[in-house]
Design a protein around this ligand. Structure first.
Ligand code: SF4
Ligand code: SF4
Length: 359
């Protein structure tokens, strides 16, 4: 999955520089822009083949929405320009050894909401008319988010199928603003909104404190070897074998083979991110200053105090309180309890049959 095309043009880069400080004020650590053209042929081909091999497992919506993902006009007919944003979340492992673990991205408030709120805040600061405010997306529309993050120069595509942002690794949420103005129209508008010295401040606001780190894949194969389900192959990630898919999206039973792979993971799996050398400076806090994570994404003390016994005895009420406004709601109470039972034992574990329609 290496594509060494120049990700953004000089015009795109110039527009970005103007907007970086606004994005930084909203908490984003990277922003990029591109023309909203249909996605590149190599990517649509790659994605079609990935679907055809069945690697999307039970995510039928990905099959249904595949044609829509090729062109952003399916999401916003008047779109001209797309902005991609990255917002960091907790990188260090917050749970103690021996405790059950929830994937880092799901520790706090639901990222779909938080990221879109921040994109809307960003847009509101540009002083645009209501008809020019376009649409904010974060895993909420058929948008090929990793493709656009790469295309806009926000991050690099890694072999573990994730996007890494320089200085922040893969511990970031991606979101997009679909903008109905062309880059030229937007530049002209910004000329009237922001004073000239903006450009220099902009460079400062986002680069300050972030030492450059490696952000491109070393193709070292560590993610592939460490993956508990053997889900990472030369043909990309296979959701059918991925614990993140199986513990979050999969409805139904979890076979004994999966529960043996789970270890302490009861919701998601961060192993391919944890072993990746691109993430090591961030995980070890070496060469990079601590990342200011939006407090919405921090785990509650109640969540961190949960011992395996507490999880086994989790009641519906407790579940609701622990995960109010959280992305964990996606697995539902029954789904989470299925995972907890699976992490505790090796037998086939009965789950919930009800399929969920997403997005
Ligand atoms: S572990 Fe190695 S091969 Fe895998 S994504 Fe990271 S750098 Fe690339
Ligand atoms: S999330 Fe876990 S199971 Fe899924 S590909 Fe990464 S290491 Fe493998």
């Amino acid at each position: 999955m290496h594509h060494h095309l120049p990700p953004i043009t000089a015009q795109e880069a110039a527009l970005c520089r103007r907007l970086k400080s606004v994005a930084a004020q909203c908490g984003f650590v990277s922003i990029g822009v591109a023309e909203a053209e249909p996605i590149a042929a190599w990517r649509s081909e790659q994605f079609a083949q990935w679907l055809e091999r069945g690697q999307a497992a039970g995510m039928d919506y990905l099959h249904r929405q595949a044609p829509l993902r090729q062109d952003l006009t399916a999401v916003l007919p008047e779109v001209q320009t797309v902005f991609s944003f990255a917002l960091p979340y907790v990188a260090e492992q917050p749970f103690r050894d021996g405790d059950f673990r929830i994937s880092r991205y799901a520790l706090g408030r639901d990222y779909h909401e938080v990221v879109r709120e921040k994109i809307r805040l960003f847009v509101s600061r540009l002083g645009l008319a209501e008809s020019q405010q376009g649409r904010a997306c974060c895993d909420t529309a058929p948008v090929d988010e990793r493709y656009w993050a790469w295309r806009c120069g926000v991050g690099q595509w890694l072999d573990n199928a994730q996007i890494a942002v320089e200085g922040y690794g893969t511990f970031v949420f991606l979101g997009e603003w679909l903008c109905p103005l062309t880059m030229q129209q937007l530049s002209m508008h910004l000329d009237t909104i922001f004073p000239d010295e903006m450009d220099e401040n902009a460079a400062d606001a986002t680069t300050k404190g972030n030492a450059p780190t490696i952000s491109s894949c070393l193709s070292c194969g560590r993610c592939r070897r460490a993956c508990p389900g053997g889900a990472l192959t030369a043909q990309g990630m296979d959701a059918r074998k991925c614990l993140s898919y199986l513990t979050i999206e999969h409805r139904g039973d979890l076979p004994a083979s999966v529960s043996q792979q789970m270890g302490q993971r009861i919701y998601g799996c961060d192993t391919c991110a944890e072993v990746c050398p691109v993430n090591h400076p961030i995980l070890l806090g070496e060469d990079v200053p601590p990342v200011a994570v939006c407090e919405d994404f921090l785990p509650s003390s109640e969540l961190l105090s949960m011992r395996p016994d507490d999880w086994v005895n989790l009641t519906v009420d407790q579940y609701r309180r622990l995960f109010k406004g959280s992305a964990v709601k996606r697995a539902k109470y029954e789904g989470l309890m299925r995972n907890i039972r699976a992490a505790c034992g090796g037998d086939d574990v009965e789950g919930v049959a009800e399929p969920e329609v997403l997005m």
